[in-house]
Design a protein around this ligand. Structure first.
Ligand code: COA
Length: 161
């Protein structure tokens, strides 16, 4: 049976940590949706369209990866699109409680849906999109944090404000 997974997130903006998780998922599963979603507790810096475009360029060459966005519940989207599992990166123990809550809630909403955690690689353990935004907006070097092909566009947006 074809195995389809989804990597959800705000991706505001995409980082090398996200790309690492997406690339590893693409090797393990037949099809990977990368879903740019709304986290209602955050006010984004990049528009959904910008985030999708940056992600699309970052994953260029990964044939089985598709960038999507939708409003509403992740669990419902997975049911409608026959997604078998959510794949997320775990950076540190501090991620665990929140991720555990989301995994349980998604399973309650869609009992067929599994959540799979990949350990973040050691280079991404400390990374987050808000860290990239803060360093980039203050003129710091973010070249070790974001994919090279989208670096200039991210810097351009962060320093324009
Ligand atoms: N490498 C680098 N950074 C990573 C990472 C990795 N492997 N994994 C996560 N991060 C960062 C993210 O960039 C994010 O950084 P930020 O807080 O600075 O923006 C942070 O860790 C948290 O990531 P995550 O837990 O994935 O949160 P998110 O806001 O990116 O995504 C959604 C949360 C969008 C998946 C969730 O809100 C959702 O599913 N929304 C849809 C509506 C829904 O179904 N709600 C019910 C959920 S139970």
């Amino acid at each position: 049976m074809k195995k389809t997974v989804i990597c959800p997130g705000s991706f505001d903006p995409v980082t090398l940590g996200h790309l690492d998780v997406i690339t590893r998922a693409a090797k393990m599963f037949d099809k990977v949706y990368v879903a740019v979603l709304v986290n209602s507790s955050k006010s984004p810096c990049f528009s959904i369209e910008e985030r999708m475009e940056l992600l699309g360029d970052a994953v260029n060459g990964l044939e089985n990866v598709e960038i999507v966005s939708f409003e509403g519940l992740l669990a419902e989207y997975c049911r409608e699109h026959e997604v078998n599992a959510i794949v997320k990166g775990l950076r540190a123990v501090s991620d665990f409680e929140y991720e555990f809550q989301m995994a349980i809630a998604n399973k309650r909403l869609n009992p067929e849906l599994e959540t799979i955690f990949l350990t973040a690689d050691s280079d991404s353990m400390y990374l987050s999109s808000s860290m990239v935004r803060e360093i980039g907006s203050m003129g710091g070097d973010i070249s070790n944090f974001v994919p090279a092909c989208v670096h200039d566009r991210i810097v351009g947006k962060l320093t324009k404000k």
